[in-house]
Write a protein that binds this ligand. Structure first.
Ligand code: ATP
Ligand code: MG
Length: 289
């Protein structure tokens, strides 16, 4: 089934409202089974294109995931990237910054982790935390910024810095794909309860999850503002309905496949000289005792 991907893309950021994006949307698909064949086909074509992208060695692709806890970031990364060659991909998960990281400008640790040409880099959380958790909990103090910086309209400045950073990446051949996994508050509660009730999932639940849930509205507001201010032509946000994990994975795989197709990656074209040499090498091999 063909899904209209445009409905997930934020193309009119000025009018962006998170409430206009239902978390339980499934394009009239009923179950995981309805998505299975398309997801598998996408996983296969992503693997093929990523192999070519690696050989082509010109484009890079940064895919970043942001979401509330238990929205399914980890599972989406695991399933969607299951077919690609580990050699051509890398995943970085960003947690609370270390003392060393806090000693630098805020983009430092993210720029260090950017994908090389030919690779797909995945950010599980990203520099967007710098206008989300840092804003919701007012963590600027720990970032040791000098007073004149703090006095400015810091969030507005950071949105602009992030837009510029993504433009810079885009113009250098590193494309940026941004996914917000939009889970509802009810579904998050259900998933937390499951993590508490199921011993195999106990490790996934921490008390901080409940604490952060207490800031649900502040986070939604921070997300809405960040998305409205950083959705651009070259790096639009995608709002992925995440109450049904199988649907979220399908849509993410569709969007990544679409992006890779756009890049028109191909195996390097070899020169006539190299082709002629190959014939010579073959002869030499065949002539071995
Ligand atoms: P999961 O819970 O599925 O394992 P996670 O991404 O939530 O994945 P955690 O270790 O639970 O991982 O949480 C990481 C925490 O680090 C999050 O609460 C996030 O907000 C916080 N964090 C990430 N970047 C920053 C930052 N720049 N400043 C402060 N906190 C940050
Ligand atoms: Mg967590």
């Amino acid at each position: 089934m063909k899904i209209n991907l445009n409905r997930f893309r934020v193309t009119a950021p000025g009018k962006f409202k998170l409430s206009a994006h239902p978390a339980n949307y499934t394009a009239r698909m009923k179950s995981k089974e309805d998505a299975k064949a398309d997801l598998e086909a996408n996983v296969k074509s992503m693997a093929e294109m990523q192999d070519m992208m690696y050989a082509h060695d010109k484009w890079g692709l940064l895919i970043l995931f942001q979401a509330m806890d238990a929205a399914g970031k980890d599972g989406a990364i695991k399933h969607v990237m299951s077919g690609v060659n580990p050699q051509g991909t890398q995943v970085f998960s960003f947690k609370v910054p270390s003392a060393e990281e806090l000693d630098h400008d805020y983009l430092w640790r993210y720029t260090k982790a950017l994908p090389e040409r030919g690779r797909i880099g995945i950010f599980n959380r990203s520099y967007y935390e710098e206008v989300l958790v840092v804003k919701v909990h007012n963590l600027l103090e720990a970032e040791k910024l000098p007073d004149p910086v703090l006095k400015d309209d810091i969030w507005k400045n950071r949105y602009a810095q992030i837009r510029n950073f993504e433009k810079y990446l885009n113009d250098n051949g590193i494309k940026v794909l941004k996914f917000f996994l939009n889970v509802s508050k009810d579904e998050q509660k259900r998933r937390f309860l499951e993590r508490i009730d199921n011993p195999a999932k106990n490790w996934k639940f921490s008390s901080s999850d409940l604490k952060e849930r207490g800031y649900w509205d502040q986070y939604q507001k921070a997300y809405e503002e960040a998305i409205a201010n950083t959705s651009t032509k070259y790096a639009p946000w995608h709002i992925i309905p995440a109450d049904k994990k199988w649907f979220a994975r399908l849509v993410i795989s569709e969007i990544i496949t679409e992006k890779l197709k756009e890049l028109k990656v191909h195996y390097p074209v070899i020169s006539d000289e190299h082709r002629q040499n190959l014939a010579g090498y073959k002869e030499a091999l065949m002539a071995e005792e």
